[in-house]
Structure formats: C-alpha cells, structure tokens
Design a protein around this ligand. Structure first.
Ligand code: BTN
Length: 325
C-alpha cells in the first residue's frame, strides 16, 4: 500500500514542475491540510526541494538524490520486478535483509536497496565497499521455476541485463562481461554480481541477485590502490547518471531475460552473453578452490561453464573461479 507521503511525491513528479496547492492535495488524498504540511516537511528532510508560488501552492524544484521507490516507479515498465521496493538509508547488507524477507514469504521481484551498506559483501565473502548515495547496492528476490543446479546461470543472465541497461543509459562507453560476475568498462571493474539461493534439494525457493554497481563515484572516491582496477559509470560517461532511471532499466531487462531463460533455456542468453564478453579469446589464469588453470578462454558451454584450453591442448571446465586476464 503506497503511503500518503509517497502519493504526494508521485503527484509532484507527475506535475513536472507545476505548482499544486495544499488544499488540492488534501482534497485528493482525503487528509487534512496539517497532514499534508507534515508530509511536505518529511519530503524536504528526504532531500526534495520545494518553493511556494503565491496563491498556487508548492512547486517541486529539485528531486532528492535518494533511490526511493517512487522515483524508480516513475520509470518502471515491468510486470513484476520492482513492484515492491524496500529502500533504506543504511543496512548491514541488502543480501542479509533479503534473506530475512524471504523467510516472511515476500513476492517474486521484490527489491531491497540501500544508500549505503556497513557490511556489504562480494563473492567468497570479500568485503564490498558501498559508498553513500553513489552506487546501486541492491538485491532482487526472484522465484523462478528452475532447479538448484541452474542457479549459477542467473549470474550470467544478470550480467547480460546489466550490460543492456548500461548501454541504454550511457553512450560514451562499451561495457563488457568478465566471466562469471564482473562488469568491466575499459578494463576496470564497474559492477559485480552475487547470486545466492534458498533451496531444498530439488527445488529453488528463491534466488537473491545482489548487484553492486559503481554509478556516480568520482575518481577521488576510490582509494588510491583501486584507481587502476575500479571505475564508475559516471567517470566513464563523463556525466552524472540518474540512478533511479538506471535501476528501472536494469529491472526491465532482468525481468525480460529471466523470463526468456525460464521459457527457452540458456541458449538465447548464451548468444547475448558471448556478444558482450571480454573473457573469450583471452589468455586467462583461473584460480579455483583446487587448482590454478592457465590458458586460452575458448568459450562457455551450453550451461554457462567456462572452458579453458591449456598449453598442452587439454580443455578444462571451470565452474567457479577468480579470473585474471
Ligand atoms: C562481487 O563482485 O564479488 C559481487 C559484489 C556484490 C555486491 C552487492 S552490493 C548489494 C548486495 N549486498 C551485498 O552485501 N552484496 C551485494
């Protein structure tokens, strides 16, 4: 159920800078003028700026920089994904919050998003830096009808969705996928994907697709030692990015490609993945839990497993690894 505050915000976003009177809002939303005034104060505290136009009412001057549900909803075109968004100023990790929500039976496509995380984590339990208000730190809970062994393929589905969303919102760079879960721009990491699942032996209850995307950081926001390996969309585009618009596009592509995957299998996703990959054809060093494999990355299999041809000509399959190119 949308709150009165969200409904007021929605009205201002739709009004496109035109003034709306407090009385008009009160009449439309069936609440008192005092209640409207309190919600207006709360919106200002959230970072929205208004002025008052004599005899006409309030006018929205500037949007908040926060990734709130209403701003994302104005751009959303999905049937399911992002229809319920839990937005926080700060959480430990959106993955942890998502696990709690799954226990209470949340719907397919529910999103947990935070302005910052105090215990964000990446693959292999590595810490993930989540700069305040600069990136997109979010987990989407989905409930596809697939088997547990198919879950890793969703990392590749997600990578393809991220690439398409980046291409649509930015024109000045070409993002690429480094197997299995990194999005690179000009060779530097811009986003990472962490796919987790809640499952029984033969059935997935839910997938938690965590994505950390460096969106509006400037060079100086990254520690010196990361300058040569990390970047943001804004750095590469030379322009600040509308995070709400980007999230809505990403959710749109994720829903589209997830549905294709569930209906048609991995083959159509594989084609899109290969077209955007920067791993295939390269000499790589893959560090798995058991061994280090060096050789040419020759492709991914029909289920998304990376294949490497070693110096002896042997072809090795890699299911999970850290890749150095
Ligand atoms: C990686 O590259 O290792 C994956 C990074 C995933 C980070 C995201 S940020 C949102 C979600 N919450 C977390 O704690 N991790 C994921």
């Amino acid at each position: 159920m949308t709150s009165i505050k969200d409904k007021i915000l929605q009205r201002f976003l739709e009004a496109g800078g035109e003034p709306i009177s407090g009385q008009q809002l009160a009449d439309e939303l069936l609440v008192s003028r005092t209640a409207i005034w309190k919600h207006m104060k709360a919106l200002q505290q959230d970072g929205y700026t208004f002025d008052t136009v004599k005899k006409k009412g309030y006018r929205l001057l500037a949007k908040s920089n926060k990734l709130d549900e209403v701003q994302i909803a104005t751009h959303l075109t999905t049937a399911r994904y992002g229809h319920k968004i839990h937005h926080y100023d700060e959480v430990d990790s959106t993955q942890i919050v998502a696990h709690e929500l799954i226990r209470s039976g949340t719907a397919d496509g529910t999103v947990v998003i935070a302005e910052t995380q105090t215990a964000g984590r990446g693959r292999m339990q590595r810490p993930w830096d989540s700069a305040q208000g600069r990136g997109v730190w979010m987990t989407i809970i989905i409930r596809p009808n697939i088997l547990p062994h198919q879950a890793p393929q969703f990392t590749l589905v997600t990578a393809v969705a991220l690439i398409h969303a980046m291409r649509e919102v930015c024109q000045n760079f070409t993002p690429s996928i480094k197997w299995p879960n990194d999005i690179l721009i000009n060779g530097k990491k811009c986003a990472g994907i962490l796919t987790e699942m809640v499952a029984e032996a033969d059935r997935i209850q839910a997938l938690l697709i965590g994505t950390g995307i460096n969106v509006n950081q400037e060079q100086g926001d990254f520690p010196e030692e990361l300058h040569h390996i990390a970047t943001s969309m804004a750095i590469e585009e030379s322009e600040k990015i509308d995070r709400a618009l980007f999230v809505a596009k990403y959710l749109g592509y994720l829903e589209q490609f997830s549905d294709i995957y569930v209906k048609e299998g991995f083959a159509p996703i594989k084609t899109l993945w290969e077209e955007a990959s920067s791993t295939i054809g390269k000499h790589v060093r893959a560090t798995t839990l058991r061994e280090v494999i060096e050789g040419e990355a020759i492709g991914i299999t029909e289920v998304g497993v990376l294949e490497i041809r070693t110096a002896t000509g042997e072809i090795k399959s890699v299911y999970s690894a850290d890749i150095e190119v």
